[in-house]
Design a protein around this ligand. Sequence first.
Ligand code: FE2
Length: 247
Amino acid sequence: MRRTWAAGATALPVRSTVIAATAAVPYPFQVGIASGEPDASSVVLWTRLAPSPLNADGHGGMANTDVTVDWQVSTDDLFTTLVASGSVTATYATAHSVHVIAGGLNADSDYYYRFRAQGHLSPVGRTRTTPALGTSGRDLVMAFTSCAHYEEGYFTVYRRLAEDNPGLVLHLGDYIYEYGATSGRPRTHAGTTEIVTLADYRRRYAQYKSDRISRPRMRSRRGSSYRTTTRWRTTTPTWCARTVLQR
Ligand SMILES: [Fe+2]
């Protein structure tokens, strides 16, 4: 059955006064979407609402209010056959990040997913479950990245990576760098000093993620997201990076 899930405010069901009151806000999916931690029946879907990702307070331009975020998983990128869906509350305390465990999926299968919030639709992402335990499944194309320094160049490799449609992308380390802005480089970190606080980390991740999604998105209506799995660390400190990623 074809499901209509329009982005416009007039097409939205009246779910809450929050959505109804904020339907005209700027596009909140500036730092993209992602999926990861797959197993044979579920994946984790992630997004974060941040219409102004580089705000120094780390809240990406979001007000101190809860926001309902809807999500859908489908077997096709037009979302004609939904296999999972739901709604979650994105809170100010967690910088309006969202982690959804989309369950009830088939093993070793491809799916598409998307979010809706504040009258806006996210890009559409692709994801994939693992083979069932004890089975070999389909061929798996894996990619890994590391040492991604925003200031030292452009992340065109992520666009190329997405074109290969890998089944799994592993970020082995240095997903971001903590250094403050340095002059004379191709690009500049937001913030003049080394990042230390939670707000610093939120902004830094937002800056890197903003870049990662923008380039592949220009080439594909399906969006740029690709499957990722556990990102262990940046450079230092490990515990802090992990904490931020969980938020
Ligand atoms: Fe490195």
